[in-house]
Design a protein around this ligand. Structure first.
Ligand SMILES: [Ca+2]
Ligand SMILES: [Ca+2]
Length: 252
């Protein structure tokens, strides 16, 4: 190439990448779920928000809780295992420090993340309510190691890996009306819970998978006899991971 041609071409050669960078702005982020899934009110906590296009997020806002404080700690891409549904698991996360006031109402608090491409959806955060909160304790993978619950309660757990089964138990009387509800997929958790209830003789009483258009099982039942009742939770596709959070609400 002659020197003259070079001089003509070079300005365009430099200009081209800048123009295409401009067009290739990040698409806006999408928030899918929080790890842990359940947020606390009245105390500072760290949450990792998972979703799409979150690696460039610099700002997260809270809607529906006056006086809430939020700080972005870091944002990065994360890997998705081959056999996992990327649309549900997410490819990136932003870690935040969140301080919600004591008066924050379950159902009212939403988070919005922003990157240079715009704002995300409004993600409705699952909050603790007035029910006693219990942390799931491993190893609770069988009848003999089932974790004892005192009703009413809300157990906060994780299907921590592939084929993880979480078994809980409570004491009941014949005729007790019990409601068991899983809160997970409705709040974006990638877990598709399957719930089975067993009686004291370890015979199946009832089971549920997806209810009312959601992957979260709900069961209302009348206990057939006195004694221990077991609840077993697993992922319907045998998937799992530290981000497969759920909240199990059991009330009489
Ligand atoms: Ca577990
Ligand atoms: Ca399900």
């Amino acid at each position: 190439m002659s020197r003259f041609l070079c001089l003509l071409v070079l300005p365009f050669a430099f200009a081209a990448p800048i123009a295409s960078q401009d067009k290739k702005k990040d698409p806006p982020p999408k928030l899918l779920y929080s790890v842990p899934l359940v947020a606390k009110v009245g105390e500072k906590q760290k949450l990792a928000l998972r979703g799409k296009n979150l690696a460039g997020v610099k700002d997260v806002r809270v809607i529906g809780a006056d006086g809430a404080k939020v700080k972005v700690l870091n944002a990065k891409a994360v890997g998705v295992p081959n056999n996992y549904p990327g649309e549900r698991v997410g490819d990136s996360e932003v870690e935040i420090e969140l301080d919600l006031p004591k008066g924050a109402k379950p159902g009212a608090v939403k988070l919005v993340a922003a990157n240079p491409g715009g704002d995300s959806n409004e993600y409705a955060l699952l909050l603790r309510d007035e029910r006693p909160a219990v942390a799931e304790k491993e190893d609770n993978g069988g009848f003999d190691t089932a974790q004892l619950l005192t009703l009413p309660c809300a157990a906060e757990g994780t299907i921590k890996g592939e084929r993880d089964v979480d078994v809980f138990k409570f004491e009941g009387k014949k005729g007790d009306k019990v409601r068991i509800e899983v809160q997970a997929a409705r709040f974006g958790s990638p877990v598709d819970c399957f719930l089975t209830v067993y009686d004291a003789e370890r015979k199946i009483v009832a089971s549920a998978d997806d209810v009312a258009g959601s992957a979260d099982p709900v069961l209302e039942l009348t206990l057939p006899r006195d004694g221990t009742c077991f609840l077993a939770l697993l992922d319907a596709h045998d998937l799992g991971g530290p981000n497969f959070g759920y909240r199990l609400v059991v009330t009489k």
